[in-house]
Design a protein around this ligand. Structure first.
Ligand SMILES: N[C@@H]1[C@@H](O)[C@H](O)[C@@H](COP(=O)(O)O)O[C@@H]1O
Length: 247
C-alpha cells in the first residue's frame, strides 16, 4: 500500500484530484469508480475546478458508483443519486448515460444486483476506484462480516453506520436500514484503489488497517491483498500512528 499523509483535508482533496486528473489526461475514456460520504466532496470540488479551467474533460469518462440506499427516490436529497448530481455530475459535462449507480428502488432487488454486477463486468474494471472508510472498516456499504468473495448485493446497514450517516437526515430513524453495494470482490477488480481518510473519527480504522490482518470482521483489511492501493490520510486521521516511512 502506497501511503501519503498530508497536512489537512484541502491537501488531501488536491492530491487525490491530481491523481484523477493525470489519469483522465493520459486516458480520456477512463472508468472512474466513485464514492459518496463527506470525504470525497473536496476532491469533487477540485475536479470541478480543473474541469472549469479546461484541464480535464469528462466527455468520454464513464463512472460507476459503489452503492445506493434502498427505498429512497432518486431525487430524495439524501439518495446517492442526488449526492452525485449535486457534488459532481451537475457541475461537469458528462453524458448521463455514462454515469451509473445501483437502483435502490428497483422492484426486484436481486435482479438489480445482478444487472449492476454485469454492468461492472461490461464497462469495468474501473481504472481507479475511490473509497472512503467507515469507522467500523466498511468500504462501500460492505459492513463487517461481508464475504470477501461478495459481488453486488443487498446489505443490512450496521446501526453504527446508520448513526454515523444520521447527520444527513432529520433523525437516525430516517436513515434507510438497507442498501445495495458493490461487493468486496467487485471492488477488488478495480485496477487501482484510492482510499481517502480524513479526520479523527478515522484513526482507529486506520490503525486496524495498518495491522494488515485480513479478516472479514474488518472489510477494509482486504485492501492489503490488492496490488495498487494508495491511501491518502490527513494529519487528523493519521494522528499518532507511526510515520509512514516506518511502515
Ligand atoms: N457508503 C458510504 C461509504 O462509501 C463511505 O466511505 C462512508 C464514510 O463516509 P464519510 O466519508 O462521510 O466518513 O460512508 C458511507 O457509509
Amino acid at each position: 500500500m502506497n501511503l501519503i499523509v498530508v497536512n489537512h483535508y484541502e491537501e488531501l482533496s488536491q492530491k487525490a484530484a491530481e491523481i484523477i486528473e493525470q489519469l483522465i489526461q493520459s486516458h480520456p475514456a477512463s472508468i472512474l469508480g466513485l464514492a459518496t460520504g463527506s470525504t470525497p466532496i473536496g476532491l469533487y470540488q477540485e475536479l470541478i475546478k480543473r474541469y472549469q479551467q479546461g484541464a480535464i474533460s469528462f466527455e468520454k469518462v464513464r463512472t460507476i458508483n459503489l452503492d445506493e440506499y434502498i427505498g429512497l427516490a432518486e431525487d430524495h436529497p439524501q439518495s446517492y443519486h442526488a449526492f452525485m448530481k449535486k457534488h459532481l455530475f451537475d457541475e461537469i459535462a458528462i453524458p448521463k448515460e455514462q454515469t451509473h449507480l445501483p437502483n435502490g428502488n428497483a422492484s426486484f432487488l436481486d435482479e438489480e444486483c445482478l444487472r449492476y454486477e454485469r454492468l461492472i463486468e461490461k464497462i469495468g474494471p474501473a481504472d481507479v476506484q475511490l473509497l472512503g472508510i467507515g469507522s467500523n472498516g466498511h468500504i462501500g456499504f460492505n459492513e463487517p462480516g461481508s464475504s470477501f468473495s461478495s459481488e453486488t448485493h443487498v446489505i443490512k446497514l450496521a446501526q453504527s453506520t446508520r448513526e454515523a450517516n444520521a447527520r444527513f437526515f432529520h433523525s437516525v430513524d430516517e436513515v434507510p436500514s438497507h442498501a445495495i453495494t458493490m461487493g468486496i470482490a467487485s471492488i477488488l477488480k478495480s485496477k487501482k484503489i484510492l482510499l481517502l481518510a480524513s479526520g479523527p473519527s478515522k484513526t482507529a480504522a486506520l490503525r486496524r488497517l495498518l495491522q494488515q490482518k485480513k479478516e472479514e470482521a474488518f472489510p477494509a483489511s482486504v485492501l492489503c491483498s490488492h496490488p495498487h492501493v494508495t491511501l491518502i490520510a490527513d494529519r487528523e486521521a493519521w494522528a499518532d500512528l507511526p510515520q509512514p516511512e516506518t511502515i
